[in-house]
Design a protein around this ligand. Structure first.
Ligand SMILES: Nc1ncnc2c1ncn2[C@@H]1O[C@H](COP(=O)(O)OP(=O)(O)OP(=O)(O)O)[C@@H](O)[C@H]1O
Length: 271
């Protein structure tokens, strides 16, 4: 099997609080896989157990390949310079830093700055560079674009896509639904310690429906509708308005986002 990661029966509690109730899933080699869930769902706990940074009570975890882990913010000393951090981590990992990777992430441009002077985006780029030093097969990213502006986010997405194109497997935890929709091959949604959905964005959409929201302004006022089949619903509504002699002035269609579908499933309303 071409699995990068295989998880069976993963259980974790903090005292009486059961956080993971027995997770089963796999990550295929070369895919971008996301763990989603509301705050406190257990995404970081699950990632850290797979990364071998945290213990679990029960479970079988198989990781096939070299692992690179992106640090959380503020994990480096305030006054270290980016290239010093790179040299330190390279020495630690007994590798040579790949100049093209450092150039792609713009690390050389940060040479004069100290860690404390870096912006959030610059810190994340540095953290990603450190994670990639050992040329890992599997890269773990926990909320990789949290706090970034649009430009920073797009640039990091591009880097993540490049990693996939190089054949690396990416596992990330994210709150950003647009990010997941644009970037990920498959997603797993955690809710109450269990996986409530696993599959592609298209499969998630098919499972919960698109639930279009329609806002129709007429000469009589404004009315809102919800529909799964937008074409049929629109035709029926327009026909109805026509028969009643009501003039339609404006129609707005909200196509719904993955976030809405996710929230439906995470709250148990998706079945
Ligand atoms: N070291 C710890 N000791 C006790 N409880 C913890 C510890 N770490 C996490 N928790 C609890 O475990 C639950 C899951 O936390 P975790 O950080 O894994 O969730 P998450 O899905 O990553 O959340 P977020 O999206 O907010 O980062 C939360 O209720 C949290 O309070």
């Amino acid at each position: 099997m071409s699995y990068a990661i295989q998880i069976e029966g993963l259980k974790k509690s903090y005292g009486d609080h059961i956080v993971l109730k027995g997770l089963n899933f796999h990550v295929e080699k070369g895919e971008i896989f996301a763990l989603l869930g509301v705050n406190g769902a257990g995404k970081t706990t699950a990632l850290e157990i797979i990364e071998n940074l945290r213990r679990c009570e029960e479970g079988r975890i198989v990781v096939n390949g070299r692992v690179g882990i992106q640090l959380q913010s503020a994990s480096l000393p305030d006054h270290i310079r980016p290239m010093e951090a790179v040299r330190l981590f390279a020495k630690w990992n007994r590798v040579e830093a790949d100049p093209s990777m450092l150039a792609a992430l713009g690390i050389n441009e940060l040479a004069k700055k100290q860690y404390i002077e870096l912006s959030t985006g610059q810190k994340r780029r540095l953290h990603l560079a450190l994670a990639l030093l050992s040329d890992p097969d599997i890269v773990f990213l926990d909320e990789p674009t949290a706090g970034l502006d649009v430009e920073g986010r797009l640039s990091l997405h591009e880097q993540i896509r490049k990693l996939k194109a190089e054949g690396k497997t990416i596992v990330l935890a994210s709150h950003d639904m647009a990010e997941v929709e644009n970037l990920c091959d498959r997603i797993a949604i955690l809710n109450d310690g269990a996986i409530v959905f696993i599959g592609t964005v298209e499969e998630l959409t098919a499972k919960v429906g698109r639930r279009y929201k329609l806002r129709i302004e007429t000469d009589q006022g404004e009315e809102c509708y919800e529909a799964d089949n937008i074409g049929d619903t629109m035709l029926a509504l327009l026909e109805n308005y026509k028969q009643k002699g009501v003039e339609v002035l404006d129609i707005k269609i909200d196509r719904g986002t993955l976030e809405q579908h996710f929230i439906d499933i995470a709250r148990g309303n998706g079945e």
